[in-house]
Design a protein around this ligand. Structure first.
Ligand code: GH3
Length: 297
């Protein structure tokens, strides 16, 4: 059941509104601004709509709306101002400060009911759109096939970390599948895709949540380790990853499923992804040259 908070110092008006909505809402009542905020806190802002009288003993409705703007938990709750007919100057102020609608005294049952229902529908539609937008923006940060960060997000996130942690040791690990083209050519693109997803899963399983893992190209991945106490940790991680692929053979892919790794450190004020990545990429080229399934730095 939805919850309605009626804020009005006039008991008769509160009772009238409460009666109109008693069947469909759990009704809470406040007689002052102070009591309104106390109830909001007490109910942890789990209130679906507030009907707010414009004139209260300690505050105006507009004062309360101004406070509401400063607190997202309250700002998410729709507010309908209850006002007297000749109060248009204050009404304009109320709308400027975020009121969702208004109703006038004397109160007319069907009008109030329709306005409360409309405001609730609009609020819920808006919340749904916001949720969809958030989901979309999260999706646009990800690589569709693996769910890892895509290249743009990876670069931005690493650049931010480099900027925020200038004086810490960070390491970039570039992981590239060995002879991947051969898997595609001999076993088909579906198996190729499967191999890419397998790499992403193994990387996710073997790095911490706070490490940045991204797919930056077809068969190329980047992991950024932030704020490591010493370089040996990154070297050990690189060796671990290579060993996992050497030891754990896939039951689906017949061809070679090892990876090569290039490693570079951000340890002297490096604050640019490109500079760091170029060093790791050169190291990767060395690892490929020296027989693959190994790492270089
Ligand atoms: P090396 O061991 O020297 O790294 O060689 P490689 O064959 O692994 O690397 P190369 O860069 O020559 O080939 C990468 C291939 O990855 C070429 C491209 O067709 C394929 N590829 C890129 N993206 C995808 C994808 O999303 N799915 C599949 N199945 N293949 C992809």
């Amino acid at each position: 059941m939805d919850t309605m908070l009626i804020v009005d110092d006039n008991e008769i008006d509160r009772n009238i509104i409460a009666n109109y909505f008693a069947e469909d809402f759990m009704i809470l009542e406040a007689q002052s601004g102070e009591e309104c905020f106390r109830i909001l806190k007490e109910y942890k802002y789990n209130i679906d709509i507030v009907l707010l009288d414009n004139w209260l003993p300690d505050m105006t409705g507009v004062d309360i709306l101004k406070e509401r703007k400063l607190d997202q938990r309250f700002a998410d709750i729709p507010v309908i101002i209850v006002t007297v007919n000749n109060d248009s100057a204050n009404l304009i102020e109320a709308f400027k400060n975020g009121a969702d609608d208004y109703i006038t005294k004397p109160l007319v049952r069907e009008v109030i009911k329709a306005r409360v229902s409309n405001v609730l529908i609009a609020t819920r539609k808006y919340a749904e759109i916001q949720k969809k937008n958030r989901e979309l923006s999260e999706l646009s940060e990800l690589d569709q096939m693996t769910g890892l960060y895509n290249k743009m997000t990876t670069v931005n996130k690493i650049n931010n970390r480099l900027y925020e942690h200038k004086n810490h040791i960070g390491a970039i690990i570039v992981v590239d599948m060995d002879d991947f083209k051969y898997i595609n050519d001999s076993e088909g693109h579906l198996i190729g895709d499967h191999a890419i997803k397998r790499v992403s899963r193994i990387l996710k399983d073997n790095f911490r949540k706070e490490d940045i893992i991204g797919r930056i190209g077809g068969d190329e991945f980047v992991v950024f380790l932030n704020d490591i106490p010493d370089k040996e940790i990154a070297r050990r991680k690189a060796r671990d990853i290579i060993r996992i692929f050497k030891v754990k053979k896939s039951t689906v892919i017949k061809g070679r499923t090892t990876v090569s790794v290039g490693l570079a450190f951000a340890d002297n004020g490096t604050n640019d992804y490109k500079e760091l990545f170029d060093r790791a990429d050169k190291a990767l080229a060395e690892a490929k040259k020296y027989g693959k399934a190994c790492y270089h730095e």
